[in-house]
Design a protein around this ligand. Sequence first.
Ligand SMILES: Nc1nc2c(ncn2[C@@H]2O[C@H](COP(=O)(O)OP(=O)(O)O)[C@@H](O)[C@H]2O)c(=O)[nH]1
Ligand SMILES: [Mg+2]
Length: 320
Amino acid sequence: MNDSTLKKLIQGILSKERRSIAQALSIIENDSPEAATLLDQIGPLGGKSKIFGITGPPGAGKSTLINSLIESFVSDSLRVAILAIDPSSPFSGGAILGDRARMYSSGMNENIFIRSCASRGQLGGLSPRTPELLYILEAAGFDIIIIETIGVGQAELDIMKCANLVTLVLSPHAGDSLQALKAGIIEIADIFALNKADLPGIDSLEKDLILSLSLAPPGTPTPKLFRITATDHTGVSELKTGMLKQYEDDSNNNLIIEKKKKALEFQFEFSLREELTSNFNARPSLKKKKANLLQAVMERKKSPRKAAAELIAHFFKDTE
Ligand SMILES: Nc1nc2c(ncn2[C@@H]2O[C@H](COP(=O)(O)OP(=O)(O)O)[C@@H](O)[C@H]2O)c(=O)[nH]1
Ligand SMILES: [Mg+2]
């Protein structure tokens, strides 16, 4: 891609053209050569979107809720982007809500943009591309960006570090208990959405949750709880108001600015590790050295720590 094509693409993103936004996201996902320049040039345009993370166990009703939230946000004349980080999500999978979501995303409504992607990179950790997709969506000036992830793996939890406000969706369906949740997920939630309030188990779910929240260290802010039935929109409008109110309060306390800075710090540290690893793996001379050191470790001639330190020292000497 030459300079003028890239310039046009950026212009397209600025003009909120769906096709340009989609193309930019693909450039990132495919890690095309122009990705770094693109990110660099659009950076100053971003930083203004409200980024809402929605997480929770599979089947809790996240996609159903998001669908309901989309309608509500759009009727407030807000532009909304959804990054569904779960390829099995109905948004992409063509299940229950797929048709409706596709209708929105295919241009029936210019204010809705839906993209789904995988959360995991080759090594199973967070895909380095995911935060960068968010970076593009911010530059495209969406008022609201919703990230949907299942709250079961570390990679899925990590991406929530890029959100400004996290809503944890729980529901009382069989086999689901608070104990089964990924450690740390309760702690990152700002708001709890207790979904499927039409089902009998909702009272005991709420009781369990209140009990486990009461075990938090003193001084921890008490997150708000909302009972909702996402399938018929009951309580969703109150939840939405609660999310916006919390965002506003956090903005007034400078918390949002801090969170946005933290998110960028996280992305920077993350990219740094990625950059180091790929740089490292791209050097044949290091491969041989690594194999030799591994051999020494296996024969217990060197400790794993010493071997790692030697290899890293070698890497940096090589780099100078
Ligand atoms: N009874 C009931 N079922 C719901 C509710 N919300 C979602 N569901 C159902 O729960 C299932 C999983 O919903 P989905 O949104 O795909 O969950 P996700 O995996 O968290 O995204 C679907 O069959 C939904 O129709 C609700 O409020 N009440
Ligand atoms: Mg889903």
